[in-house]
Design a protein around this ligand. Sequence first.
Ligand code: MTE
Length: 310
Amino acid sequence: MLKSFMPIRKNEEPKSNEITDKELYLNRREFIISAAALALPIKSDGKKLNFTKNQELSTNEGQTSSDVVSNYNNFYEFSTGKTDIVDLAKNLHTHPWSISVEGLINNPKGYDIDELLKLFPLEERVYRFRCVEGWSMVIPWVGFPLAELVKRCQPQTSARYVEFVTLLDAKQMPGQKSAVLPWPYVEGLRLDEALHPLTLMAAGIYGEVLPNQNGAPLRLVVPWKYGFKSVKSIVKIRFVQKQPQTTWNATIPGEYGFYANVNPQVSHPRWSQAKERRVGEFLKRDTLMFNGYAAQVADLYTAMDLTKNF
Ligand code: MTE
């Protein structure tokens, strides 16, 4: 079976009838997700968080149902499926949880998650979220700006990138027993991207503590980049001089770049990025440059050829 995100291997070239089947399957899957987004009631047993709403940085587009956001996931540490992650992630222990902040900074420290969340006031931001697979959602995240943590660390002048590392524990994360990806999952940002006011460390969604399947207890959210940059269940944040080796970029460099900025003009080799299916809608909509955040972030990339730095 073709796995989403994974490349087509030469000896696995699908026959034309299989491609039709896959398209039908995808349409059916999209239909199911759309129907779920429209019809399912919102239910939750999550713990409520205290936060203020950041209207200025929020879109007022219709929010995707929380049932879809917490039942349809990408989290390869548990499974390459999407709908089984919610169950497989149930037993992940997110307390106690410590996050080591280290590297080229004057203030390295291991933070307990509860201690870390007390340092910065939490705010809600409703962001568009675009997956490279072609679906998009609108999600109300609760978190704090990564820039606040970066400033507290006092980066040294040699620090140019920030690397984020997910927990490595195959006992709790059964997907790590498979070599589908090199573990642990690693992502990275340039320091100016990490300092951008839109870049969020999320500890919650829909006003409640982040469910395990969405990356508890702390994940990254970078709304102008494809979803795979939003690394989940972070245990280490490291300031480095060289561009980090990030998981998808290292695994399939021709398909997943380091920057991963949403760009309708640069297609993924297997998926055009020109349009997207907003979960809950039937017609596809045009994908916007930088996922609609061009006014805020285009300046970061003026000197770069975005077809090469995809
Ligand atoms: N982080 C880790 N550690 N492992 C993953 O497999 N998948 C990424 C990203 N972060 C992933 C991850 C991808 S491909 C996407 S689209 C988003 O998480 C999905 O986030 P969601 O399940 O909360 O919608």
